[in-house]
Ligand binder design. Structure first.
Ligand code: SF4
Length: 333
């Protein structure tokens, strides 16, 4: 059965941290925050819009859930728990920071049916965390991850690439650390520069250079390989194309693209295809590709097909649902 999340966005209010990439004023000033009494309505509206039977989770996202007062957490959880109790919803997911995980908080989450905790780890390199103003170090990520798993929750660890002082090697290390810490899921977000942030000031002074879109795609391609090798579910690649990221709004610079995931997957297929064709120089190449991967194999905007044809190779791509994800067949006639 397919899976669906009912997202309830709780943007962080008066967060005591100063992550250099975050515009707190924008977060706390412009977004309306659902109150606990609004939760049932949001869930019911979402449930009524589902066209088929699905496994449904309620997801408190967008802020640090365990950073809000215990009283308020309990009010939100009680509302969501009603739907778990009646069997309509199977679990609750929350996102939070590594330094907001303590046994007492986990006990409350457990009591109300929370199944998955996603931590914004962002990096496991202490210099990157420090220069990004995260206010926690790798040690706190390790401790929080261990405590979450010991308490029987599913663990998600999100990461960012291209933060200040990040390098390709450091981001690869972060992905490997996320795997070693036992995460079952992850999200990969390239760092972009939002207006009126410390990062924008650093950028304007020439002290921070964002990744180019091409670099972000190439780095992410390697991270995807690490996560797939370790059977970690990649829930998201790239930032959600929200209103604020539309041209002329809050984005100052950086590797944002609404089709970032497609670009990354297309790069993965570019590598597979050109490795297979190495030293072959065929005139024609017909590829059979898993149906769900076909568009990625052809490439974002047909980029892989175009590259092959620029090399003088006539190509044909067809879908074959009997093939597994990265399995493909190529014939040269
Ligand atoms: S990104 Fe950092 S500064 Fe912004 S709300 Fe989250 S923890 Fe606070």
């Amino acid at each position: 059965m397919k899976h669906s999340n009912i997202p309830i966005f709780l943007p962080e209010l008066a967060c005591p941290h100063q992550c250099v990439f975050c515009n707190q004023e924008k977060i706390s000033g412009t977004l309306s925050i659902p109150k606990p009494e609004d939760v049932s309505k949001i869930i019911e509206t979402h449930l009524s819009s589902l066209k088929e039977k699905r496994i449904v989770d309620i997801a408190f996202f967008g802020g640090s859930f365990t950073g809000i007062s215990i009283d308020l957490q309990e009010k939100y959880l009680k509302e969501a728990f009603k739907f778990i109790h009646s069997g309509i919803v199977s679990g609750i997911r929350i996102s939070t920071r590594p330094d907001y995980i303590e046994q007492e908080k986990l006990d409350l989450l457990k009591k109300y049916g929370v199944t998955t905790i996603e931590l914004g780890a962002q990096s496991t390199n202490n210099e990157v965390l420090n220069k990004s103003g995260r206010g926690h170090n790798f040690e706190s990520i390790k401790k929080a991850a261990a405590l979450i798993l010991e308490n029987g929750f599913q663990l998600g660890l999100q990461m960012m690439i291209g933060l200040p002082y990040d390098t390709f090697e450091r981001s690869l290390q972060t992905a490997n650390d996320i795997a070693a810490l036992g995460a079952q899921s992850t999200r990969i977000y390239p760092t972009v520069i939002i207006k009126e942030t410390v990062l924008e000031q650093l950028y304007n002074k020439g002290k921070y250079k964002p990744l180019s879109l091409e670099e972000a795609v190439v780095w992410t391609k390697e991270l995807v390989k690490v996560f797939e090798k370790n059977n970690i579910n990649i829930l998201r690649i790239g930032l959600h194309p929200s209103e604020e990221l539309k041209p002329g709004k809050s984005l100052a610079a950086g590797p944002f693209h609404p089709s970032f995931k497609e670009m990354v997957m297309s790069k993965i297929w570019n590598e597979l295809i050109f490795n297979a064709l190495e030293n072959k120089n065929p005139e024609n190449a017909s590829f059979r590709i898993n149906d769900k991967q076909l568009n990625f194999a052809v490439g974002f905007n047909g980029s892989n097909k175009k590259e092959l044809e620029q090399k003088g190779i006539n190509t044909r791509f067809t879908a074959d649902s009997s093939l597994s994800k990265y399995q493909f067949d190529v014939s040269y006639n």
